[in-house]
Design a protein around this ligand. Structure first.
Ligand SMILES: C[S@@+](CC[C@H](N)C(=O)[O-])C[C@H]1O[C@@H](n2cnc3c(N)ncnc32)[C@H](O)[C@@H]1O
Length: 392
């Protein structure tokens, strides 16, 4: 059982510039009067607000009935007395109960609006969370692992460390790292419920205990700070429109002296022979399609700058090339075909590209497959690995 002191650990604040009243933590008072400070700050804040008042409860993880009653009364009273005001309550799907609970208030007062901020919170979300990405990730990890298993120890992965894999996707990497390096524990977090369901099933099928799969938003995690020796975030800074927010969080949860390890691509540097020109054209276009959805698939070589700007030290960087000569060329051909399905079949279509453009776009992928399977051909996909240490 929690002690009273830890049961009620929350912070309230008001940001006047953004007209945002925030509550963070666990709000479980014994009596309504225990929330007098919160009530007073809310009432004071209200006086200066015009237009929209934002009430941010994204990181309010627990709330007992006494606290909900107090908050509900405050919001309903404000909504009733100030009909000039829109009250926008910002919830998160990561805190399971919150949208449902606050929605009850908007049924009573129409000027109280509940917005689940991570419902559509980054432009590529639909492709990544519900699109055809799962088969891509499986084969990609299989091919990159051949290289990364040798690279990871140079960046600090070793037996016994406490590790986090943030934006873990379908969890293959966490399973491979767990088997090969025997960390003490891995927390693997993602915002795709279908990917996490898949990951949990894979871990159960392999009888793996010691990986904890968590639903969350990497740019606002509920994980505590300074708890991991080694934090990985692979191929994901490039899909989120504000990678610096994720890096800030990776730094926060890493222990001082621990390391954060990231991998990213630069797709315009994919290559192949024969048919090099058509291949080059298509991958330049891949970068443009991604940029259209505010994702930067060219981020790889920028990793060093990102890590230094985020406050890391001792930044190390290297690159490797996945090719058709690593194992079975058919594996690489399968990856290219799944890129074609998502990039030409889903993303270009959604961007509104013409059939002529899509045909040429597809041709480059098909030529890349041709190069990968050609008896004298060569096809490559470069990846950049970088890691930085959190200062002591
Ligand atoms: C390209 S996939 C990479 C997955 C995995 N790391 C791998 O290498 O196979 C990107 C992943 O990032 C996740 N993601 C993107 N933004 C996120 C966020 N803000 N919070 C948590 N997960 C996020 C997506 O759901 C997706 O699973």
């Amino acid at each position: 059982m929690m002690s009273e002191a830890t049961a009620q650990t929350f912070r309230v604040s008001f940001d006047e510039n953004n007209q945002e009243f925030s509550i963070v933590g666990s709000m479980r008072p014994q009596h309504e009067r225990d929330l007098a400070g919160c009530v007073k700050l809310f009432e004071q804040s209200l006086q200066s607000v015009r237009g929209t008042l934002y009430v941010n409860v994204k990181r309010l993880v627990r709330l007992n009935n006494i606290a909900f009653r107090v908050l509900a009364n405050l919001l309903l009273k404000a909504g009733g007395e100030r009909d000039d005001l829109k009250i926008s309550v910002i919830t998160s799907s990561v805190v399971g109960w919150s949208t449902r609970k606050f929605n009850a208030l908007s049924d009573i007062r129409p000027n109280i609006v509940i917005e689940e901020y991570d419902n559509e919170f980054y432009p590529g979300q639909a492709f990544l969370e519900e699109g055809g990405f799962i088969p891509i990730l499986r084969t990609q990890t299989k091919m990159t692992w051949r290289h990364e298993r040798g690279i990871l120890p140079r960046h600090g992965l070793k037996p016994g460390v406490v590790m986090a894999d943030i934006c873990c996707g379908i969890g293959d990497f966490a399973v491979l790292a767990f088997k090969e390096f025997a960390p003490a524990r891995i927390v693997a977090l993602d915002h795709s419920k279908s990917s996490l369901a898949y990951a949990r099933k894979v871990a159960a099928d392999f009888g793996i205990q010691g990986i904890e799969y968590v639903y969350g938003d990497a740019s606002e995690m509920l994980l505590e700070e300074n708890q991991f020796d080694f934090v990985t975030c692979r191929h994901s800074l490039q899909v989120f429109d504000r990678p610096e927010l994720i890096l800030k969080e990776l730094l926060r949860i890493c222990k001082p002296g621990g390391r954060v390890y990231i991998t990213n691509e630069k797709n315009s540097h994919c290559l192949g022979e024969p048919r090099g020109e058509s291949i080059q054209w298509t991958y330049n276009e891949v970068a443009r399609v991604w940029a259209h959805f505010q994702m930067d698939i060219e981020l790889g070589p920028k990793s060093r700058r990102y890590l230094l700007d985020a406050g890391f030290e001792n930044v190390m960087m290297e690159s490797f090339m996945v090719t058709n000569l690593d194992g079975d060329p058919q594996d690489f051909a399968d990856i290219i075909r799944s890129w074609e399905r998502v990039y030409a079949g889903e993303m270009a279509v959604q961007r509104g590209d013409t059939p002529e453009f899509i045909e040429r776009f597809r041709q480059g992928f098909q030529d890349h497959v041709f190069a990968a399977l050609h008896p004298k051909g060569y096809a490559g996909w470069p990846i950049w690995v970088a890691s930085g240490r959190k200062p002591l």
